[in-house]
Design a protein around this ligand. Sequence first.
Ligand SMILES: Nc1ncnc2c1ncn2[C@@H]1O[C@H](COP(=O)(O)OP(=O)(O)O)[C@@H](O)[C@H]1O
Ligand SMILES: [Mg+2]
Length: 247
Amino acid sequence: MKAALEIEDVSVYYGKRRALERVSVRVGEGEIVTLLGANGAGKSTVLRAVSGLVRPTGGRIVYAGRDITRWPADAIVAAGIGHVPEGRDIFPEFTVLDNLLVGGHTVARRELAGRLESAFELFPLLRERRRQPAGTLSGGEQQMLAMGRALVARPRLLLLDEPSLGLAPMLTREIFRVIRRINQSGVSVLLVEQNARRALGVAHRGYVLETGRLVVSGASRDLLEDQRVQTAYLGLRPPTEGAREGG
Ligand SMILES: Nc1ncnc2c1ncn2[C@@H]1O[C@H](COP(=O)(O)OP(=O)(O)O)[C@@H](O)[C@H]1O
Ligand SMILES: [Mg+2]
């Protein structure tokens, strides 16, 4: 499979503190790949490195065959990478529509209406609420807005940072359903999640990050069977312990 994204041996420091050590992640064209790990493992840093918000001290990032490691963030967006950050980063005082227009600031005027229309088709709720200040939306609706805003630029690769964080189960299901739909429309996805079970349910492959290093990777179905993943991220007990309790 052709690669949409290749992160090769990337290291990132915040000051003297190392956040990533030689991390390599590949997203094939048309794939959903998930990055799992505990709080502080470095997941968001991986996404920030891809979108040019932090600079790696080593390694490289290749997108659609081009080395984008040193590109400015706006050039990376223009090249087709959309980033929906942790915490969503919407402008609460702006209306829903104006927030979407922020995502469309690089889009040619004649294409804008069509782009907004596709965002509204994916999230009909945003159409109903388009004149409302974004700050009046619920957490789940704000997540939809953040995703809609990234999609207005029509990315080929979407970076999603904990889209289900803080959402009720019903909205979480809805968000994951939309992630699948976006992917089916041809967009490759790199998905950061703490909800490992759901993430592995939607992703083709996954990687597990622990304190800045990759520890396991593989097909989602294999990771769901992996004992380390089960114990650390799926809330299952090691089999020996379970057997002791059962007997
Ligand atoms: N702006 C920053 N300045 C200093 N340290 C940071 C900054 N952002 C993240 N870190 C640290 O880098 C590590 C990885 O953070 P992050 O990528 O946000 O992890 P995750 O998304 O997996 O929770 C953590 O130890 C975190 O405290
Ligand atoms: Mg994070």
